[in-house]
Structure formats: structure tokens, C-alpha cells
Ligand binder design. Structure first.
Ligand SMILES: [Zn+2]
Length: 196
């Protein structure tokens, strides 16, 4: 089932999300719905707060980046095959010199900006079977995971922009929260009574 994606301005996007247990109600169904919702919106990641749930769960499938000709073959192959569920994730380390990448977000349609992040992360998480993993990622994979991880910490990519950029974007962000935007997928807007 495709779920409405919560738009910028909704308080759920600002919560530090909580860990869950294997007993979380209908977890399998939720994960299935999150995949469906993400693919329908042509995203490469989706975090539970974006469907209104302040829990530490996000999904990532970087396959669309696998066709990016600017990347080397090895990274293309890695991105093509990367599809994972992250539960109760904790980033343990971030290393290297910050680099810019043009990011967007399904909760903030039509806005894309360069965001600085460190290139390498080590993350501990559980998969959908609650098996614990600790892994190190770099490049675009790390980038997508960092973006989704921020969602479960209540952080949005626009928070990372300069104060000038934020001022310039303010009216567009207000419009998004009011639903004054054309978007191809189902959304829920905080500042109007009814979604559409
Ligand atoms: Zn996002």
C-alpha cells in the first residue's frame, strides 16, 4: 500500500525517533509499504518519520544510481545491488574531508541543494530479521545512508545549508508545508486541513 509522504513542516520530521523491538506491530507490512511508497515516488531512500512514524527505521535502494556514467564501474555495481533495511541504526563514526553532493528529499519536493558531508561512515544497525551488523560505507552509499539517518535524528538536509541559503528558501518551504505545490506522489501537508 502506498502511504502518504509527510511534507516539510510536520513536527514528526523533527523528532528524535525511538528504537523498536521485533514485536513492533505489523512491522513486516510497514516495511513492505515503505518500499512501495519509496519506489512509487522514485526515491532511493525513505525513513519512517516520512510516513508519520517517529521510529528508527529506514530503507535504502540505490539501484537508480547504478546507471550514473560519471561513477566508476565498481561503484556503479555496488550501488546497483544495494537494497537494505536499517533498524535502530547508530552511526558510530564519520571520517574524511567533507564533500558536496546535490541532495533532494521526498518530504521537500522540487528543492535540491548541495550539502556537505563526510565521505565515510561506520554504522551499526539491525536488518529486518533483527540480525545486528556493523558496516563501513563510503561514496554515494554513505551519502544516502547519512541523509536517511538524519531523518531518524529529526534533521533535514535544508538544516545543513548556509543561513543565506535558508533565508532564500524560506518562502518555498512555507509553500510546501501548505501544500501549494504540484507533486506526482501522495503527500500529507501539515498546514492544510486535508491532504490531496
Ligand atoms: Zn529525505
Amino acid at each position: 500500500m502506498i502511504l502518504p509522504i509527510v511534507a516539510y513542516g510536520d513536527p514528526v520530521l523533527r523528532k528524535v525517533a525511538k528504537d523498536i523491538t521485533q514485536e513492533y506491530p505489523k512491522l513486516e507490512e510497514l516495511i513492505t509499504n515503505m518500499w512501495e511508497t519509496m519506489y512509487n515516488a522514485h526515491g532511493v531512500g525513505l525513513a519512517a518519520p516520512q510516513v508519520g512514524l517517529p521510529i528508527r527505521l529506514f530503507v535504502v535502494d540505490t539501484a537508480p544510481f547504478g546507471d550514473d556514467e560519471e561513477l566508476d564501474k565498481e561503484e556503479q555495481e555496488q550501488l546497483k545491488g544495494f537494497k537494505k533495511v536499517f533498524i535502530n541504526a547508530k552511526i558510530e563514526a564519520e571520517n574524511g574531508k567533507e564533500w558536496d553532493f546535490n541532495e533532494g528529499c521526498l518530504s521537500i519536493p522540487d528543492i535540491r541543494e548541495d550539502v556537505k558531508r563526510k565521505p565515510e561512515i561506520t554504522i551499526q544497525y539491525m536488518d529486518e530479521n533483527f540480525v545486528s551488523h556493523t558496516e563501513t560505507y563510503d561514496g554515494l552509499l554513505a551519502r544516502v545512508i547519512q541523509h536517511e539517518y538524519d531523518h531518524i535524528e529529526g534533521i533535514l538536509f535544508t538544516d545543513k545549508l548556509s543561513s543565506l541559503k535558508k533565508r532564500l528558501l524560506k518562502s518555498r518551504l512555507d509553500k510546501i508545508s501548505k501544500g501549494k505545490i504540484d507533486v506526482e506522489y501522495k503527500m500529507k501537508f501539515p498546514n492544510i486541513k486535508k491532504g490531496r
